[in-house]
Design a protein around this ligand. Structure first.
Ligand code: PMP
Length: 420
């Protein structure tokens, strides 16, 4: 190292100090109350919150809290290890059965977070050859056959706006990665047709987390059938919210579960807790139990959370008004914010972005809203494309019309006074 070269630590510190002094560094407020309520306590006063994922208000539901409290008393705080060691607890299994039943699937596997589900399950699926060689070595013969004409291995086809956890899961997979443009199934069809790999895997978000639009699931399912590709949908934002029974983007499109190999989701959003899962046919789920590293080498959900989430699924099924009201709120807000001149980027669900464009301008809007008593952070590069910064509003069933109208009033005023 030359005498005046900065050490890596000094370089990081100098750069971060510079960025922190600007609007490029996020300045999230410290909240002194539950962040799952539409009104939160920040800096000694009430603020309206328009970015909570407690979409159905179940985080604070009395029956959900009661179920979690009972489990806390019975099982204690933590799980005491991973599912494959000590902590294969009945509440974990009950939650897996409950979410599988909600989605009409044979089984499900739970992880400590949705992120862990994607980074664990996606690369795990591509380890099937390893299982085959282990099985052959120990059990003799061949339990599964594969075609011989194509090259061994996997091609992964991943939607360009997929969530970061999907992107990371795909990066960890031992596969060729092919990104396809947003909702562009004709490019995907071309890519699939050109693939010379024996195994193909298509993955897409069901509802896109920064845009709030919905994936073309029927077309994805058709292509997966036509090309013999496995299909996985990350429906973190769809399950609990879309479809007549809240079963998510498949139900929204009338696609039966049997047409999508795996549905991934999270308990963090509609069900008001934390945790992730992958649901599908039992044998595939059982394969994930022995191949997903985030399941094998990490602790599962705390039992109290698992019990609370199972109760939250019951309430969500019983009380359809919750998702209906969240969607009505979203519909109303989207229509009104568009009439103020904001581009909502094709949003179709409870996530409603308002495009600002420039990164620093978006930070200005967040600051302005905060000054008006509203917490609504902006999403910017690299979470979204450069120059496509936006305020990402999330409408829940707990927002009241006058709260949404106040937000609209502020956005209207900013557009008149501050947008220039
Ligand atoms: N997938 C999508 C589409 C998401 O939006 C998120 C969370 N924002 C996740 C996965 C990860 O879920 P979790 O917060 O449970 O880790």
């Amino acid at each position: 190292m030359s005498g005046n070269a900065q050490s890596p630590a000094d370089r990081i510190k100098a750069l971060v100090r510079m960025v922190k002094a600007s609007d490029l560094y996020p300045k999230n407020p410290i909240v002194n109350s539950a962040t799952t309520e539409p009104v939160i306590w920040v800096d000694g006063r009430d603020h309206l919150l328009f970015c909570s994922n407690n979409l159905l208000g179940l985080s604070n539901h009395p029956e959900v809290k009661e179920a979690a409290k009972k489990a806390l008393d019975r099982y204690g705080l933590g799980s005491g290890g991973s599912r494959q060691m000590a902590a294969n607890i009945d509440v974990h299994r009950a939650l897996e059965h409950r979410i599988a039943e909600h989605l009409g699937r044979e089984d499900a596997i739970c992880f400590a977070a949705g992120y862990m589900a994607n980074v664990g399950a996606i690369p795990a699926l591509m380890k099937v050859d390893l299982l085959q060689s282990i099985a052959e070595a120990h059990l003799g013969g061949s339990s599964a056959s594969s075609s011989t004409e194509k090259e061994a291995g996997w091609d992964v086809f991943s939607e360009e706006l997929n969530h970061a956890s999907v992107v990371d899961g795909v990066r960890l997979a031992q596969a060729e990665i092919c990104k396809f443009p947003h909702k562009n199934t004709s490019v995907l069809a071309d890519q699939l047709a050109r693939s010379d790999k024996e195994s193909k895997f298509i993955i897409s978000d069901g509802v896109f987390s920064m845009d709030g639009d919905i994936a073309p699931i029927p077309e994805l399912a058709r292509l997966s059938r036509e090309y013999g590709a496995m299909l996985m949908i990350d429906d973190a934002h769809g399950v609990g919210m879309l479809g007549e029974n809240g079963r998510g983007s498949l139900e929204h499109h009338g696609v039966p579960p049997s047409e999508v190999d795996l549905q991934m989701g999270t308990f963090t959003k509609a069900f008001g807790g934390i945790g992730g899962y992958v649901a599908g046919d039992r044998d595939i789920v059982d394969f994930l139990r022995i191949s997903a590293r985030t399941y094998i080498f990490s602790a599962p959900l705390p039992p109290a959370i698992a019990a609370g989430v199972a109760e939250a699924i019951d309430v969500a099924e019983r009380e359809a008004w919750r998702r209906e009201k969240a969607m009505e709120n979203a519909f109303y807000f989207r229509r009104e914010v568009e009439s103020l001149g904001y581009d909502t980027l094709g949003s179709e669900a409870h996530i409603v972005p308002a495009l600002i464009g420039d990164e620093l301008k978006a930070a200005e809007v967040t600051r302005y809203l905060r000054h008006r008593g509203i917490v609504a952070p902006h999403a910017r590069y690299p979470a979204v494309a450069l120059g496509m910064a936006r305020i990402r509003f999330v409408m829940t069933c707990e927002h009241e019309r006058d709260q949404i109208d106040y937000l609209l009033k502020c956005l209207g005023e900013w557009r008149k006074q501050g947008a220039s």
